[in-house]
Unconditional design. Structure first.
Length: 263
């Protein structure tokens, strides 16, 4: 990887950590990312100049707002974990099934794994997912109309919500912006919540996909609960502080990075 690419990945990781925890320290980031404190300070200063962080003594804090991280930055975060999640979910999908796929980077990676299936009907408001699954010409891909949201390349309008209401999926795959300490599901806009909840309501089996960094991650719009999903696929268990949230759903939990993938 080029120096510029490594720097972009590192700064994306710093932003994600700051968004998840509210603030980050130079020393902890240097240890976690395996670089010098000087490099971390330089990264923090650059992110502060972009108004994404606010400098504090010994670190920085996340600048609250309604915006998620840019799609390109999110797509490379925890990529191996998301690929592992995708493989577990793909094993659940039978050829010929009707599948809902939500917005988000993890559902798009799942869609890429579904390209190996045969004759699926994919209903999605995620153009990245549509492109990924369209590598297989036996699939049927159904998208809403209207204005595409950039840079995420998705549709979040009434047409998208109505589309999920007009079909019944065998499996509905949805991601989430964050998972709060009480198990509430968080996103960055109310339309994201509405589309996600419509996917869940019209799926015979509703599958929540999330890497463990989503636990404790902040976002403004709330709707739905961790326990609403028929199946929850994580890469691995989150911080022990969230163990109480997982206890009631152990029978529906799959850990993609564990042997056997079952909790």
């Amino acid at each position: 990887m080029s120096a510029g690419g490594a720097r972009m990945d590192r700064r994306s990781a710093i932003l994600a950590a700051a968004q998840r925890h509210g603030r980050v320290s130079v020393d902890a980031l240097a240890s976690e990312l395996g670089v010098s404190a000087h490099t971390i300070r330089r990264d923090l200063n650059a992110l502060c100049r972009e108004a994404k962080l606010r400098r504090l003594h010994g670190g920085a804090e996340f600048v609250e707002g309604s915006a998620n991280l840019p799609y390109a930055a999110r797509s490379v975060l925890n990529f191996p974990a998301k690929q592992a999640i995708a493989q577990v979910v793909a094993e659940l999908v039978k050829d010929g099934a009707t599948v809902f796929v939500s917005i988000g980077t993890t559902p798009a990676i799942v869609a890429g794994a579904l390209a190996k299936k045969e004759a699926l009907t994919i209903v999605t408001n995620n153009l990245n997912a549509a492109f990924a699954v369209s590598e297989n010409s036996t699939h049927r891909v159904i998208l809403p109309g209207g204005e595409m949201r950039l840079p995420d390349r998705d549709f979040l309008n009434e047409a998208a919500i109505d589309l999920f209401g007009a079909y019944r999926a065998d499996i509905g795959i949805y991601g989430v912006g964050g998972i709060d300490t009480d198990g509430s599901l968080l996103d960055f806009h109310s339309t994201e919540v509405r589309a996600r909840e419509q996917i869940r309501a019209n799926s015979r089996t509703a599958v929540l996909v999330a890497d463990r960094s989503k636990f404790g991650r902040r976002a403004a719009a709330v709707g739905g609960h961790l326990g609403d999903a028929d199946l929850i696929v994580l890469d691995a268990r989150p911080d022990p502080a969230f163990a109480g949230l997982l206890a009631p759903v152990e029978d529906r939990l799959r850990l993609a990075c564990d042997q056997g993938a079952a909790a």
